[in-house]
Structures are given as structure tokens and as C-alpha cells.
Write a protein that binds this ligand. Structure first.
Ligand code: HDD
Length: 689
């Protein structure tokens, strides 16, 4: 039986109480239900009667439980938390949310983009990172992604992007993936996608955990101070746990092992008090800086290298409470880039400008009413009021006659309602560049023409392994373009503008000749490499937030197991015991030790490192168990540390494990190795493009 708390303001619980504390089951209209097992029939074996209002109401409600899923970002996971401003930026912004020491309630929803609500958590895809701040000056929504740039420069292209990437219109597949004809057909015809494609083909789209990825506001916004002076700003979220990604083979196998891998990871972390944290950072710059750059700061396909404008940390986000109800909160939350507060403002980025239009509109079709702001997850926590009235599902009950403004009802002793305030949101009045105002033009500014320099910058800033992963992803995705022969060469022609070596590697991987270079609207330039763009250079040498799988079987040494669990927990990681039977294994001391997961259902891809804690007896039994061989083989193939007892060696041999730095005993050397991935192993394991 669930609580049915109603909208704040209408007050109270809706249950009738029985004599004890257990609430009584009622209809939606409060009538107690005496039998929830049997419908009303004409005779014990006769037809059901129309009169059965209990049955009809229950089925009627059930039939209407679903609402349209989001056209993009349909699959998501949400959590509550708090944002604390940690630095004084009152010289830059008057927003209350940035007052040093101010704590603001937040709700965050992470999502994949292309898949439906029931799709898997680990496809190669961009992740949404949407934050709703319930500030004391109204809701501010920072609706960003885990990648700092976007596919397109102008919102008018968004429906084409989404149609191309989602399942193909006639056949209804593939679900949740870009590796298909229509996406690459469209992308290869749109050179402005090139920079974002580099990010999408990198390990950025394979995050290990939602807790281990960055977030970005993407667009250039404005900060506005008390005096009305405005500065440009880009927003960044930096995860406390550093960056971690899986590799492609692992992500694919994760889809089979656990569809809900990220959702479960987030929920369990919060549930066990390991609250995920991010720092909020800002890059602030002025018009003069903007005009001096070789790219346009209003172009959402461009980033501002952190080496040019360092990220200043101004706050901390902590997610500390899971939702009580997925539908009521995570599904019904409505993010709106138009939710902005005094002290922050938009820029003229044409992608952002289009978003300002789209999100309000979509909530009406998803949530069915213009009163969606009254759904508790969307309601401002500060007082709010205006003269907008009525409409479907109006749950507030405004009192009095004042439903228009101005009015003088207060002069007559009546309630007059709210009034305007000079301290309210005021749009910045600032000249924003030479091309932006004046004649009505359906054009793209000339300053948006360079589609390749930053794609090159991104590629150049990666480690060798990361570059190989990018090349391999292009090969994988373009190999899935089945029917349209013209597409891979067209993509290769674009890639030649990014990096000749990359283009050659992809061509070799596809078994194609390199075509002529595509003509660039503007010749790319070389920019200095930026370490901030690499995942490998931003990983943390820590076990915090990670999970170590320990494979045990009958005969496993009890003391060794205790010591290992202790060492893992001392390093702030989670030890997860895997055994052939979930009931556990009988250890060397004769006791049964319960497992957290059964071997076949807990493959090594769900762990960051594995320990194979077997006796000779246990190892002999597992040598005949394909799931055990796979457990070890995949851990090795996914470049993870493997700690093993001497007795487990035959299993390691059978799994093809070769000695390297990541293959250790089960002592301190394992704990140190478990913090890393062993990328040097990879070229010996699979052909990388
Ligand atoms: Fe969008 C949802 C992020 C461009 C139209 N978008 C949505 C969500 C995120 C983003 C994180 C999910 C919010 C949630 O959890 O409910 N979108 C972005 C970013 C963009 C971007 C970072 C570029 C920088 N989006 C964009 C454009 C348009 C849209 C250009 C349309 C012109 N986006 C939508 C939408 C969605 C949405 C159709 C689907 C559901 C929703 O809004 O509430 O309106």
C-alpha cells in the first residue's frame, strides 16, 4: 500500500484509517474496498457486472498509467540532492543560488538520448545531465549533457538529427544506437557534426557510472551582477570520483549482464550513503575575449579550452536522496532551459534560442496540461503566484476575485494578488556582436564556418589508446551502414580534414580506399592540445565508488577472504562475493559464506577488478564451468586487475590470462592494481583500428 500524498497546499493524506495503523484500501473517491480479489459477477460462474465500480475504476486507471515518453532522453534516472555555493561570485552574478554558503535543493535526471524508456543503460550514447535548482528566486534548470559540445549549430536541425539517430522509420530498429544507415547518412552530410562525432566515438559515451562523468551546460550563457553588468559563462560539472569509462566490448556485454547497470549503480550508491558529488565550475569571459577567438562562442559545436579560460570552482552538488516514486518524480519532472533566475541570462546561441521554445511545448504533450508546474516535483519551493488561471488539472484553489492585473481590489480591503517587482528577472540589454542584430536573415554567421579545428584538437588531446578507441568506433559504426555505400567514403572525406592518420586508420579498418578530402567551408587550424579533454588523463587513482568482484567456491580460505574484504572496504570500494551458488560456498573453516551474486548472473563486466579466491578443490570444479572461464577471460579482456591465489592458476591459464602488471596476488599489490585499467594489454588482445 503506497502513500498518496497530495499536492502541497491541498494538504493531507487520503487514506481512511482502520482501527490499527494499517490504512484501509479505498477507491480513488475514498470508498473503502472490502474485496480486492474478486470482481462482481452474476452468479459465481456468471458474467461480470457493469455495476462493479471498484473493478471499473481500477482497470480504467491502469489503462491510462502511461504517458508519452520523451521524444529524446526517454530513459533516465533521477535523484534529489543539494547544491552548496562555495565561492563568492557576487561581482559576477546576483543570483541567490550563488550566494556563498547558500544551500539549494536540487533534482537531477541523467539519461541516454536515443533509446526508449525501456532500453538499456550502456549503449554508445551521449548522456543527459539535467539539474533543477529550486532556488529562492524560482527554479533554474541547467539542462546539459556529459559532452561540452553538440551535433548542430541551429535548432532548426534538431528534428532531423533526432529522426536520423532514432530507430529507422519503416523498420522500427535499431533501438538506442547510432550505428545504422540513417544516422551516418545524415551526419556525413553535415560537417558541423564532426567535432561532436569525435566525442561520441570516444569512450565519453561509455561511462563506467553516472557518478564518474562530467556534465556541461554546453551553451554560452550570461552571468549578470547587481549593477546589470554581464559576462559570458560556460558551466561545468566535475565528478568527485574522477572520470572512468568502460571499453566497447565491455559495454556490449554489460547490456546483456544488466540492462539497468547505471540506474542500479546510482540508486545503490545513494541508498548506502555513498553520495555522488560534483563540483560546479564556471569559465567566465568577456566580449573582448569572445571576439578574439578563432571560433564563435555562440556556436554550440565549439568549446573553450580550459587552458585558455580556466574552470573556476564555485559550488558543490551532492545527490543524497533517492526518489520515492519513479513515475511521480523521475518521469514527471519537466526540465525547461527557460527556467532561469535573476543573475543568469541566455546568450544568442541559435541552438539555445530554439531550445527556449521547444521544452515548454513538449511538457504539454507529455504531461497533458499547462498546469504541469503544479506536479510536486516541478513546483517551485519559493512562494509563487500570478494571474494565470484554470486549465486542465488545476489543483490549486486561488481565492478571491483578483484574476487580472492591474487591479485596485486591495483599496477595497480585498486580496489584490501579486505585483511586479523591479528585482525580478530582467533581460540583459547588451550588444552581443556584429552579426547578431538588425536585418531578418535566415543565414548562418560566417564565424560558425570552421567545423574541423576543434575536432582535430579533441583527437590530438587523447592518449594513444583513446585515439585507437575513436578510430575503432568509427570502423564499428560505419561497418553497420549496410545499404548506403556512399556514406562511409563521405565520412572518410570529412575525417581527412580532422586528421589524416585517423582517416587512414578508419579506411583501413573498413577495407576502403581513402577518398578525396571533403572541401572545408573554412580551412582548419591547429590548436594546442588540451589535457582536460582526455578521460585517461583525468582518472583518479582511487577505489572509491568502485566494485570488486571476489569469486569464491567450496574450499576458499576463510582468513584470506576476510582480509581481502577488509582491505577493499578500507579503500572505500564495495566487495561483492560471487559463487557458483547464491547460497554461498563452504569455506576452509567449514562455515557457509553467503554470496551476493550467482556466477552465471554476475559476470566480471559489472566489476572494476576481480579477485579469484579459489582453493585447488574450488578451481578444479570451476575449470568445467564456462561462466567461470568467461569471468576471468572478460576481466582480462576488459583490461582489469585480476588478483588470484596460486591455486587458481589453472583457471587463469584456461582463460588465456598472460602475466602483466595487472595480474597479481591477493594482497596489497591487488588493491593498488585494482585502481587502474591496463591499457597496455589491449593491443595484444584485439585489433584496434
Ligand atoms: Fe534537449 C530533453 C539536453 C538540444 C529538445 N535535452 C533533453 C534532456 C536533456 C537535454 C538532458 C532531458 C531532460 C530530462 O531529463 O527530462 N538538449 C540537451 C542539450 C542540448 C539539447 C545539452 C544542446 C546543447 N533539445 C535540444 C534542442 C531541442 C531539444 C536543440 C529542440 C529544438 N530536449 C528537447 C525536447 C526534450 C529534450 C524534445 C525531450 C523531453 C523534454 O525535452 O522534456 O524538448
Amino acid at each position: 500500500m503506497t502513500d498518496t500524498t497530495r499536492n502541497p497546499g491541498n494538504g493531507g493524506e487520503t487514506h481512511q484509517q482502520a482501527g490499527d495503523d494499517t490504512p484501509v484500501l479505498t477507491t480513488n473517491h475514498g470508498v473503502p474496498v472490502s474485496d480486492n480479489q474478486n470482481s462482481l459477477k452474476s452468479g459465481a460462474r456468471g458474467p461480470t457486472l457493469l455495476e462493479d465500480f471498484v473493478l471499473r475504476e481500477k482497470i480504467f486507471h491502469f489503462d491510462h498509467e502511461r504517458i508519452p515518453e520523451r521524444i529524446v532522453h526517454a530513459r533516465g534516472s533521477g535523484a534529489h540532492g543539494v547544491f552548496e555555493a562555495t565561492d563568492d561570485i557576487s561581482d559576477l552574478s546576483s543570483a541567490a543560488v550563488f550566494t556563498k554558503g547558500e544551500k539549494t535543493e536540487v533534482f537531477v535526471r541523467f539519461s541516454t538520448v536515443a533509446g526508449g524508456a525501456g532500453s538499456v543503460d550502456t549503449p554508445r550514447d551521449v548522456r543527459g545531465f539535467a539539474v533543477k535548482f529550486y532556488t529562492r528566486e524560482g527554479n533554474w534548470d541547467l539542462v546539459g549533457n556529459n559532452i561540452p559540445v553538440f551535433f548542430i549549430q541551429d535548432a532548426i536541425k534538431f528534428p532531423d538529427l533526432v529522426h536520423a539517430v532514432k530507430m529507422e522509420a519503416d523498420r522500427g530498429y535499431p533501438q538506442a544506437g547510432s550505428a545504422h544507415d540513417t544516422f551516418w547518412d545524415w551526419a556525413s552530410l553535415m560537417p558541423e557534426t564532426t567535432h561532436m562525432l569525435m566525442w561520441a566515438m570516444s569512450d565519453r559515451t561509455l561511462p563506467r557510472s553516472l557518478r564518474m562523468m562530467e556534465g556541461f551546460g554546453v551553451h554560452t550563457f550570461r552571468l549578470v551582477n547587481d549593477a546589470g553588468k554581464s559576462s559570458f559563462v560556460k558551466f561545468h560539472w566535475k565528478p568527485k570520483l574522477g572520470l572512468q569509462s568502460t571499453i566497447w566490448d565491455e559495454a556490449l556485454k554489460l547490456q546483456a549482464a544488466d540492462n539497468d547497470y547505471h540506474r542500479r549503480d546510482l540508486f545503490e550508491a545513494i541508498d548506502t550513503g555513498a553520495f555522488p558529488e560534483w563540483e560546479l565550475g564556471i569559465q567566465v569571459f568577456d566580449q573582448e575575449f569572445a571576439e578574439a577567438q578563432p571560433y564563435d562562442v555562440l556556436d554550440a559545436t565549439k568549446l573553450i579550452p580550459e587552458e585558455d579560460v580556466p574552470v573556476r570552482i564555485i559550488g558543490k552538488l551532492t545527490l543524497n536522496r533517492n526518489v520515492d516514486n519513479f513515475f511521480a518524480e523521475t518521469e514527471q519532472v519537466a526540465f525547461l532551459p527557460t527556467n532561469i533566475v535573476p543573475g543568469i541570462d541566455f546568450s544568442n546561441d541559435p541552438l539555445l534560442q530554439g531550445r527556449l521554445f521547444s521544452y515548454l511545448d513538449t511538457q504539454k504533450s507529455r504531461l497533458g496540461t499547462t498546469n504541469f508546474h503544479q506536479i510536486p516535483i516541478n513546483t517551485p519551493r519559493c512562494p509563487f503566484g500570478n494571474f494565470q488561471r484554470d486549465g486542465l488539472m488545476q489543483t490549486m484553489v486561488p481565492k478571491g476575485r483578483a484574476n487580472y492585473e492591474p487591479n485596485s481590489l486591495a483599496d477595497h480591503g480585498e486580496e489584490g494578488g501579486p505585483r511586479e517587482s523591479k528585482a525580478g528577472f530582467a533581460t540583459t540589454n547588451a550588444a552581443t556582436g556584429p552579426d547578431e542584430q538588425g536585418d531578418k536573415l535566415r543565414v548562418r554567421a560566417g564565424t560558425f564556418a570552421d567545423h574541423y579545428s576543434q575536432a582535430r584538437l579533441f583527437y590530438k588531446s587523447q592518449t594513444e589508446n583513446e585515439q585507437a578507441h575513436i578510430a575503432s568506433s568509427f570502423v564499428f559504426e560505419l561497418s553497420k551502414v549496410g545499404l548506403l555505400d556512399q556514406v562511409p567514403p563521405r565520412m572518410l572525406a570529412n575525417l581527412r580534414n580532422v586528421d589524416e592518420d585517423l582517416a587512414q586508420r578508419v579506411a583501413d579498418g573498413l577495407g576502403l580506399d581513402l577518398p578525396e578530402k571533403a572541401e572545408a567551408a573554412k580551412e582548419p587550424v591547429d590548436m594546442p592540445a588540451s589535457d582536460a579533454l582526455s578521460i585517461h588523463k583525468n582518472m583518479k587513482d582511487t577505489l572509491e565508488g568502485r566494485a570488486i568482484g571476489i569469486l569464491i567456491a567450496d574450499g576458499t580460505d576463510a582468513d584470506e577472504l576476510d582480509a581481502l574484504i577488509e582491505a577493499i572496504e578500507a579503500a572505500d570500494a564495495k566487495a561483492v562475493i560471487v559463487a557458483p551458488k547464491v547460497g554461498g560456498a563452504r569455506l576452509s573453516d567449514g562455515d557457509m559464506f553467503k554470496a551476493d551474486g550467482q556466477l552465471a548472473g554476475s559476470p566480471s563486466q559489472i566489476f572494476d577488478a576481480v579477485a579469484i579466491l579459489l582453493s585447488e578443490e574450488g578451481c578444479a570444479a570451476l575449470l568445467k564451468e564456462a561462466a567461470a572461464v568467461d569471468f576471468v577471460m572478460n576481466a582480462f579482456g576488459h583490461l582489469k586487475a585480476i588478483g588470484a591465489t596460486d591455486a587458481a592458476q589453472p583457471l587463469l591459464d584456461k582463460a588465456g590470462v598472460e602475466d602483466d602488471e595487472g595480474v597479481t596476488g591477493i594482497g596489497d599489490d591487488f588493491i593498488a592494481a585494482a585502481k587502474k585499467r591496463f591499457y597496455a594489454r589491449e593491443p595484444g588482445l584485439r585489433t584496434l583500428a
